[in-house]
Design a protein around this ligand. Sequence first.
Ligand SMILES: NC(=O)c1ccc[n+]([C@@H]2O[C@H](COP(=O)([O-])OP(=O)(O)OC[C@H]3O[C@@H](n4cnc5c(N)ncnc54)[C@H](O)[C@@H]3O)[C@@H](O)[C@H]2O)c1
Length: 327
Amino acid sequence: MGKILVTGGAGYIGSHVVKRLGEAGYSPITFDNLSSGHAWAVLYGDLLCGDVKNADDLRKVFANNTIDAVLHFAAHIVVPESVENPLKYYFNNVLGSLTLLSVMKEYHVNKFIFSSTAAVYGTPTVLPVSEEAPLCPINPYGQGKAMVEQVLRDLSAAEDFKYVALRYFNVAGADVQARIGEGKKDATHLITQALRTAAGMNPTLYIYGTDYPTPDGTCIRDYIHVDDLAGAHLKALEYLLHGGESDTINCGYGQGYSVLEVVKTVKKVTGIDFDIQVTGKRPGDPAELVADAAKIKKKLNWQPKYNNLGFIIDTAWKWEKDRLKGR
Ligand SMILES: NC(=O)c1ccc[n+]([C@@H]2O[C@H](COP(=O)([O-])OP(=O)(O)OC[C@H]3O[C@@H](n4cnc5c(N)ncnc54)[C@H](O)[C@@H]3O)[C@@H](O)[C@H]2O)c1
């Protein structure tokens, strides 16, 4: 059996997938430039430092290892930053993907799992949103992911190349044993921000808009535990290794929680009350984004283990507390 190359394997989601690959008996190799990832997060296999935009960095990895499949997480991920600095995002996320796909072709590696995002749907008109919904990304981050998806469809139609594009909804939580978790100091996601406010690292938690057409006026999102998402990657990998056809699949639970429900649960789990402040809506934030999760269950036979908001927040809280102790 060859190795599984994981680009961005030192990052938040990639490191949980590397852990699951190692636990399942695969041999992962992490390839990461550590721009937002951490060497400590790689629990299994080698960490090779390099940039996915640099074909020579990649060639060294493919020349020295037999690679069965590539899981591609390496990307920049901050939506507002992509609006301010689109070239940074198109270079890293689109050019990086094209460079990687070209080098894979040179070395005849033809199985690929891509980290896509619910941001490709923009503001969906039908909820829950299925994979068949039109792609209408409303920021350069989502646009770049949609571009790479198009490249994958074209490549798969033209050549002996098989991929699974996984469209993640809101990824949250941490390793159940609190060995790894979100490591970015400037992480922007709601649950991390709320926990860091509870821990006293932020004076207040900002809530962006309370007049959305939802029951309590705040945005509704589908939160998926990072280990369940890692499990989905294992399923997608097995699917491709057993000859599965190319496909695009949502990764979510199909259940939404409002911002205020998340805040209430964070206060309950931590036992800490903290200040919240309502501020203006962020441009391009859809009122509701919840996955139609039928396909992942049927096609990949994926069953989530941690579909419980309190549990998700509890794992993230244990991790954040450990980090505060100086990890
Ligand atoms: N976090 C989420 O909620 C979410 C939702 C949807 C999609 N995604 C996608 O999942 C993937 C992983 O996200 P994450 O939250 O783990 O982010 P992250 O920033 O923690 O991880 C990204 C990793 O990629 C590395 N990297 C970035 N550019 C690189 C380059 N040019 N060459 C080599 N390595 C590079 C970083 O150092 C980091 O380790 C991304 O592709 C992201 O778009 C994330």
